[in-house]
Design a protein around this ligand. Structure first.
Ligand code: FRU
Length: 490
């Protein structure tokens, strides 16, 4: 049996009961998941692949897992698409992307090789490879690696050359990949091709200017409104004021793309998320022109899942990106609304002290709260709560901050539990939309002008939602449960 068949057999025989998992967030059938890969539309369906190690619930030889959806919400698990079974990818099929072509669904990924180098040190080589398939089965092409590391300009790192994202403009395919220059500065390199098989180097599209981390992983580049957006996930980022607290942090460079020099001139650089668990996002464009982004909802440095849990890693909800007045908004896929159940709404409700609201509890919720201005000093929203546990967001109007706290989420690891976020462009009312799905919260502040994404693995019997205010705050609340039929895999 070959490696891919073996991985599929293992997945089939060890598939974890979906009742142990989140409902509408992608998780691995078994084992470990990291970056989203190959997020694309093929023959009208939404495909998502991911970095996958089925055999254990921690990182190992990278396969590509695979699932498919009609609507970004309900996902069907498919057999793994790639296993590290060739000389050129024996050390892993690392991240990459996918594109629909006349010849089928083409996956473009990084094949990693390790050789014994000088002084017995391991020499790593990363090169870009293709596999072609029909939406279910994929075959690696004969010409791999189609973009060998030797095609990089002199001095660029051949050990850190990964995570290709491809797209097509007219008759030309373009590819961006993460890389480092001779001084170990992160950069994104741009290549072009007419057939996806042979590539020519064009430029360094953007670089870290010595300030945005080191190696730049998982680039994605697209136009949005009147501007261009380059998403990258730098490693080794240093905190700067209230920004970049995650070490590995997903950021966006927004600006103008000069097609003569193939260079992006960024006008702003922003954090894509302020929570503890958000990395390596990737986007696709839908037929109706929406730019959707999905990310790995976990941190490289904080593995906090309970020891007995047999799966590790989740994706965020796919989010629609929009640029309005130079602000990048993220909004949960609108398709989620079709799965809303059990609505509860309150208008102009006054909250003084601590309270719970009938009908507002549970671990799978779509909850929106609009807070009016007032003379209160803090508003606290606790969830996944009972007498023993709670996780919370505290809003402090005087400083325009939102403080997250998962200290009492049942955590038994010594990791970051508290994180603050400064609200930019504050308005009179503050709108908070929370998506809860058992073990995660995604907070969309002021229609997604900023987001905060974090995981917590509180026992599922902690179901309460508690509102509290030191004085009185007037709020509008809209709450829905999210559910779909029992056979779906989430
Ligand atoms: C980002 C990353 C990628 C790499 C993959 C390996 O999280 O480090 O750069 O391709 O994970 O699993």
């Amino acid at each position: 049996m070959n490696d891919l068949a073996r991985a599929n057999k293992y997945q089939e025989e060890n598939r974890i009961d979906r009742r142990e998992k989140p409902i509408f967030h992608v998780t691995p059938p078994v084992g470990w998941l990291n970056d989203p890969n190959g997020f694309s539309i093929f023959q009208g369906k939404i495909h998502l692949f991911y970095q996958y190690h089925p055999y254990r619930n921690d990182w190992g030889p990278m396969h590509w897992g695979h699932c498919v959806s009609e609507d970004f919400v309900k996902w069907e698990e498919l057999p793994p698409a790639l296993a590290p079974d060739m000389d050129y990818d024996a050390a892993g099929c690392f991240s990459g992307s996918a594109i629909e072509t006349e010849d089928g669904h083409v996956l473009v990924y990084t094949g990693v090789m390790e050789k014994e180098g000088e002084d017995c040190n391991k020499e790593v080589i990363q090169q870009q490879c293709l596999a072609v398939g029909d939406g279910l089965r994929y075959e690696k092409v004969k010409g791999n690696p189609v973009l060998p590391a030797g095609q990089l300009p002199e001095g660029f790192s051949t050990a850190d050359f990964r995570d290709p994202k491809v797209w097509r403009e007219n008759e030309t395919y373009y590819l961006v990949a993460g890389n480092m220059d001779g001084q170990k500065n992160g950069q994104v390199v741009l290549f072009a091709s007419e057939d996806l098989m042979s590539w020519r180097y064009l430029s360094v599209l953007a670089d870290n200017q010595g300030k945005y981390g080191k190696m730049w992983e998982c680039p994605d580049f697209f136009s949005l409104g009147q501007e261009h957006v380059l998403i990258v996930s730098p490693q080794d980022m240093q905190a700067d004021g209230v920004e970049f607290h995650n070490g590995n942090q997903a950021i966006a460079l927004i600006g103008e793309y000069d097609r003569q020099s193939f260079r992006l001139w960024e006008e702003q650089v922003i954090s894509l998320d302020y929570g503890t668990d958000f990395y390596a996002p990737q986007t696709l464009e839908t037929k109706d022109g929406r730019r959707m982004m999905i990310a790995w909802m976990q941190s490289w440095d904080m593995d906090i899942k309970p020891a007995e849990q047999k799966w590790n890693g989740m994706m965020t909800i796919p989010r629609q990106l929009e640029l309005r007045d130079h602000v990048l908004y993220q909004c949960p896929a609108r398709e989620l609304e079709a799965y809303r159940t059990e609505p509860v709404a309150c208008t102009d409700r006054e909250i003084s002290g601590e309270c719970q609201i009938p009908g507002i509890r549970g671990r799978v919720l779509d909850l929106t709260i609009e807070l009016q201005e007032g003379d209160y000093q803090e508003f606290l929203l606790s969830f996944a709560a009972n007498e023993k546990y709670h996780t919370s967001f505290r809003y402090v109007p005087a400083t325009q901050t939102i403080e997250f706290d998962r200290t009492y989420s049942g955590m038994v690891r010594d990791v970051v539990c508290q994180r603050s976020m400064k609200i930019k462009r504050a308005k009179k009312t503050l709108k908070l939309r929370l998506l809860l799905d058992k073990f995660s919260v995604e907070l969309f502040v002021n229609d997604g002008a900023q987001t905060f994404t974090s995981t917590f693995y509180t026992p599922l019997d902690a179901q309460d939602i508690v509102f509290a205010c030191d004085r009185t705050v007037t709020v509008n609340i809209e709450k829905y449960g999210i559910s779909f039929d029992e056979n779906a895999i989430g």
